[in-house]
Design a protein around this ligand. Structure first.
Ligand code: MF3
Ligand code: CO
Length: 255
């Protein structure tokens, strides 16, 4: 079922989104050579506690997972694409980090992700991240009343493929509301002009997942959660929760 939110609900979702933005900013600031992924989870979790917010990630068990998610943050390093579980791994010089975080505040969810490098960046990682950000921006620009879901998918996919990157198979964005994952799903590529018409009050997470090597395949770690590129190349993932409004797209997880 697709739910359109009232303006008051969009304002409430913006507050949840602000908590997500604060947590991701704190993670980015703390992410330096030597810090462990578990410590980054603790940094993000502390932002939730201060805000009196909950975690839609902690204990989450979607259809594709055999176990409940054990942390508040997903942190996916180098060839990990998404859903990386925070471990005792310590960040090294040149690592490419994707951090994905959600918050629930007053019953409303927000979901966003950023990708960045630690220490001395590889130029090819910066190009991958910059392309992911450009794909997200293109998707957001297409999130307007009168367009359709397919216009978002087409905008995202065109940027990714145009730069020669792979697009993670079978994963994409989704509706957001009282639940982190709601209908509809938002593919990261596809034909323009198809699918659900976008209306005021529809809230979507748009989340390109790019694979440097150009393939779309992934495999799952023995932990049952961490998803890595099949070809071993690096990946980037960026995400915002965005409201479609008569005044244009409103980025609910903007800083
Ligand atoms: N932002 C992620 C997504 O939309 C949410 C991961 S939930 C977790 O797929 F529980 F797996 F962390
Ligand atoms: Co999401």
């Amino acid at each position: 079922m697709i739910e359109l939110k009232t303006n008051a609900s969009l304002d409430a979702m913006r507050e949840a989104g602000r908590v997500v933005a604060r947590a991701l900013a704190a993670v980015r600031k703390s992410a330096a050579v030597g810090i462990s992924l578990r410590e980054l989870d603790e940094v993000a979790h502390e932002v939730l506690r201060e805000a009196g917010a909950g975690s839609p990630f902690l204990g989450y068990r979607p259809h594709f997972a055999a176990t409940a998610y054990p942390a508040t943050l997903c942190v996916s390093v180098n060839d990990a694409i998404v859903h990386g579980i925070p471990t005792d791994y310590r960040l090294r010089d040149g690592d490419l980090v994707s951090a994905d975080f959600g918050a629930t505040l007053k019953g409303w969810a927000g979901d966003a992700a950023v990708s960045f490098t630690v220490g001395t960046a590889r130029p090819e990682d910066l190009r991958l991240i910059e392309t992911a950000e450009r794909a997200l921006a293109a998707g957001i620009a297409a999130a307007t009343v009168g367009n359709r879901i397919g216009d978002i998918a087409h905008a995202v996919g065109t940027v990714c493929r145009g730069a020669g990157y792979g697009i993670m198979d079978g994963f994409g964005g989704h509706g957001v509301g009282r639940q982190m994952h709601e209908d509809p799903s938002v593919p990261n590529e596809g034909p323009a002009g198809r699918g659900l018409p976008l209306r005021h009050g529809l809230v979507l997470a748009i989340e390109p997942m790019l694979i440097a090597g150009g393939g779309d395949g992934f495999r799952t770690d023995p932990d049952g959660w961490t998803l890595r590129t099949e070809d071993g190349s690096r990946a980037a993932h960026v995400e915002h929760t965005v409201a479609i409004t008569d005044a244009g797209p409103r980025i609910l997880t903007a800083p």
